[in-house]
Write a protein that binds this ligand. Structure first.
Ligand SMILES: NC(=O)c1ccc[n+]([C@@H]2O[C@H](COP(=O)([O-])OP(=O)(O)OC[C@H]3O[C@@H](n4cnc5c(N)ncnc54)[C@H](OP(=O)(O)O)[C@@H]3O)[C@@H](O)[C@H]2O)c1
Length: 357
């Protein structure tokens, strides 16, 4: 294991997603491809940092800072992990990049494609690694699903897919400063959870990623409440005629069978409690076993906690290899996702202050 890379992480924020990320990094794993050190935590207050460590990583003693800038300036930090609401991602990324740090930034990477381009231009100029933390793409389940569909063609020619990520949010009980209600913080189901439904569409309808992927045509509708999209439906149409229907909602929790991919020889259902964290999938032949067809086959995958360690391992390996971007979530793919979401919002009506900048 002499060449197992070590990454010293600077964690920006003590929010929910940061807690999930550090808990996963701290998990002992026999198959870890990298060693992860939680070097420091930056928060709006040191007290929040203390409470965060006590609750989530009590056996560790990271340095605690009361500002994010101290994380960027810490010479012992290799990669900054950004877990602020999406409206701050551009500034946080630029600040970290300008300090010469590599960056893993939560999804949605920014509010608009224009903002994402600015961040990647800065990363290119500074020569640092930057990646959107679209963790689901790094799941062994996702890699296997893509191989079975595009290389092994287990369901023949794919014609259509559906994916829905709905959560019952009880928005009425949330204050105006909630990131689920404030447009200034990037509120809306598309950027929050629809991005996962879109991700399933992009990876199952096309084997390409980033520059090698086709840009589908988009038709979209959104339901707005005080300007915030509480339901989004988008159709992706490819030149081949393939269609994807990708949806999100803040009103209804999607049942466990959240995705279906249809092909000429059968279909696949992808299942689990959340689209972001798929648990298993089932390949169903067109002719069911009861009518003489082959049996359905279920693919299960081990995931000892939540599954953030796979993206973290990938970042560590890429940084050790002196890469500037990931081959699984390259810059062009983040920009493509942001451009599609810009277009969905242009048609659907959800608008953010950043659209006018
Ligand atoms: N990958 C996933 O599955 C997943 C899941 C949930 C969220 N996310 C993404 O992660 C990001 C954060 O989501 P979250 O659910 O972790 O949010 P959260 O629990 O509200 O935490 C956000 C943190 O950002 C900091 N912050 C700075 N300015 C803020 C402001 N004006 N309002 C609120 N917080 C502010 C705060 O940390 P300090 O006080 O410590 O500075 C806060 O705790 C979002 O972009 C979201 O899309 C990803």
């Amino acid at each position: 294991m002499a060449d197992t890379p070590t990454v010293r992480w600077g964690i920006v924020t003590t929010g929910l997603i940061s807690s999930w990320f550090v808990e996963d990094l701290a998990l002992p794993r026999g198959d870890a491809k990298a060693k992860h050190v939680i070097q420091c935590i930056g928060s709006s207050s040191v007290e929040k940092g203390q409470a965060f460590v006590k609750e989530h990583i009590a056996s560790l003693s990271p340095t605690l800072y009361g500002t994010y800038d101290e994380v960027y300036a810490d010479p012992n930090v290799d990669v900054v992990y950004i877990g602020t609401p999406h409206a701050f991602h551009k500034k946080n990324c630029l600040d970290a990049i300008n300090a010469g740090k590599h960056v893993l930034c939560e999804k949605a990477f920014t509010i608009t494609a224009k903002e994402a381009r600015e961040v990647f231009a800065a990363a290119k100029a500074k020569g640092v690694f930057v990646m959107e933390a679209m963790w689901t793409r790094f799941f062994p389940l996702m890699r296997t699903l893509q191989k079975l569909i595009h290389e092994d063609k287990v369901i023949g020619d794919v014609s259509r897919m559906f994916c829905d990520f709905g959560q019952a949010k009880e928005l009425a009980s949330l204050g105006p400063d909630s990131r689920f209600k404030s447009l200034a913080l990037g509120a809306g189901t598309l950027l929050d959870v629809g991005i996962y439904s879109l991700t399933f569409g992009l990876v199952t309808l096309d084997p390409g990623v980033g520059e090698s992927a086709e840009m589908p045509k988009i038709a979209a509708q959104q339901t707005l409440s005080d300007g915030v999209d509480i339901a989004t439906t988008a159709v992706l149409l490819y030149k081949s005629g393939r269609q994807g229907i990708v949806t999100s909602s803040a009103l209804f929790k999607t049942p466990d069978v959240f995705c279906r991919i249809e092909g000429s020889k059968g279909y696949i259902t992808v299942e689990g409690d959340a689209v972001s964290r798929p648990e298993y999938f089932i390949v169903h032949p067109t002719v069911p076993e009861s009518k003489g067809g082959a049996p359905s086959k279920r693919y299960d995958f081990e995931n000892p906690k939540r599954g953030f360690y796979w993206e973290a391992d990938a970042v560590a390996l890429d940084v050790a290899a002196v890469k500037k971007e990931s081959s699984i979530m390259p810059w062009a793919e983040t920009i493509r996702v942001m451009e599609i979401m810009d277009e969905i919002r242009r048609q659907g009506g959800a608008k953010y202050p950043q659209d006018d900048e």
